[in-house]
Design a protein around this ligand. Structure first.
Ligand SMILES: [Zn+2]
Ligand SMILES: [Zn+2]
Length: 401
């Protein structure tokens, strides 16, 4: 099916800026009717055969360019409960990408070609979102350590405490993407999505975008969500333990209970740029505008620049030799080799600046967890002082690090 404009018959699409269905041809708002094809493989507008992947639930007709929704793949068992509609329009995505490369000199010229940028498409990625209750039993020995030196000795005074925390935590909507086509590391980087914009699912948000439905059941993707929850729960417990030099866990057992699971669609803009024989997909979070992906490096451009420097070196040194009267032909070959070396070093240095967007700020959902401390104990156990020879103490420290 597709959303057709009641006024002009054009394909009416969801516009993030206006948060409405808008006709790109006559600018009508929210004035649509549903047009259905003979089956989901046929474009309702031009009757062309659609190229559908196994998990495609919304696509763009390759013949007429209209956005067609495979509603059978969005109904009943396949109906999402939640959606974060696109918040960022294509024009803004283009600006974000331009900004991303503005201080890179060796980006292929065609990277920012209008023709290529036009191929950017928004796609809804399926996610399972899980709610968890965590009951955390944590016990540790906390040590406060003071050191001082006197004469040839180092004294350490260690005070030990029994640290106990019993906490209840609730995590809401811990996400795990349910698409095999989307690389996990990309999804980890493109998050977080914030839930301020989340809505009950409505088909109209899909018009104008591509979409996929979940590639497998919620159980298949759950390990990612539970390990994330355990990690965040641990951070939350850790945040309640302060003022110790050292904490050694004795008991560290989070009991994770799953509550509900919901199926949601989250927005991602994708720019599939091809350079040489390789594709450089760039992903932009359709809600926050965060850009993730590798930006191609134009070696041709860098070699030209490097060759220029190498040649300049060669020319200048030949000329200066001529001035000093040393026969140029004697040093011709070595100078040429140095010139070439300059070119290669230049390209090497330039390519080191191409750094892909592989940052380490992997999302945590610590803020999403509400927590209560049920039992808290920091009980003093004992204090002991030890004496070490300075030299031995230093060696001991060395062996520790
Ligand atoms: Zn119209
Ligand atoms: Zn068509």
């Amino acid at each position: 099916m597709l959303y057709a404009c009641k006024n002009c018959g054009g394909n009416i699409v969801y516009e993030p800026g206006r948060k409405k269905l808008v006709c790109p041809y006559c600018d009508s708002e929210e004035s649509w009717e549903i047009k259905t094809g003979i089956d989901m493989n046929i474009c309702p507008s031009c009757n062309g055969r659609l190229e559908l992947g196994t998990y495609t639930s919304a696509t763009k007709c390759q013949f007429c360019g209209n956005y067609v929704i495979q509603e059978e793949r969005m109904r009943e068992d396949y109906e999402p409960q939640l959606i974060i509609p696109f918040q960022i329009a294509k024009a803004e995505v283009v600006e974000l990408i331009k900004k991303e490369v503005e201080d890179r000199r060796y980006v292929p010229a065609s990277f920012l070609d209008e023709k290529n940028l036009k191929t950017i498409e928004g796609t809804y990625v399926p996610f399972w979102v899980y709610d968890y209750d965590v009951h955390y039993n944590y016990e540790a020995i906390g040590r406060k350590i003071k050191t001082w030196t006197k004469g040839k000795s180092v004294f350490t005074e260690t005070s030990e405490y029994r640290v106990v925390r019993e906490m209840d935590m609730n995590f809401e909507m811990i996400p795990a993407d349910a698409s095999r086509a989307m690389p996990n590391d990309v999804m980890d980087l493109i998050e977080p999505y914030t839930y301020a914009d989340i809505q009950d699912f409505d088909m109209k948000y899909i018009s104008g975008f591509l979409s996929e439905f979940y590639n497998d059941g919620a159980m298949m993707f759950e390990p990612r969500a539970t390990s994330r929850t355990k990690k965040d729960a641990k951070t939350i417990v850790g945040n309640t333990i302060k003022d110790y030099t050292m904490v050694t866990p004795v008991k560290d057992s989070p009991n994770v209970q799953r509550n509900q699971i919901r199926y949601a669609l989250f927005p991602v803009w994708v720019y599939r740029y091809r350079y040489g024989s390789k594709e450089y997909p760039l992903y932009v979070n359709g809600q926050t505008g965060k850009v993730v992906g590798e930006i191609p490096f134009d070696y041709g451009k860098a070699y030209k620049q490097g060759a220029l420097w190498g040649f300049l070196f060669f020319l200048v040194s030949c000329l200066s030799l001529k001035v000093t009267g040393i026969p140029v032909w004697l040093s011709f070959l070595p100078l040429l080799l140095i010139g070439l070396a300059i070119m290669f070093v230049f390209v090497l240095l330039a390519s080191m600046t191409k750094k892909g967007k592989k940052t380490v700020d992997v999302t945590t959902y610590v803020d999403a967890g509400k927590s209560r401390i049920l039992h808290q104990e920091d009980t003093y156990i004992r204090t002991y002082v030890t004496e070490h020879n300075i030299k031995k103490y230093k060696n001991m420290l060395k062996s520790l690090t």
